[in-house]
Design a protein. Sequence first.
Length: 82
Amino acid sequence: MAGHVVPHFHNSAGVQSISIGARKFMCVGALPPYDHPHVFLDMGSDDEIICPYCSTLYKFDGHLHGTESIPPDSLYDTPVAA
């Protein structure tokens, strides 16, 4: 499990919903410095979940890879510590 990375998604564009290829992920809200606390969300067997901070609706799409999203620029690349 050490090699597994949880994808982070943001909604800086302010869209109503984001389709993603992962059921477990982090929502950061908008991009820093306007982000909210980075919250881990787990859809379980459901296909949708709403972020409790920013109210973004995330929808699981099995045709997308784990880090892919629609809109395509919603993946947040977390900075690597030096």
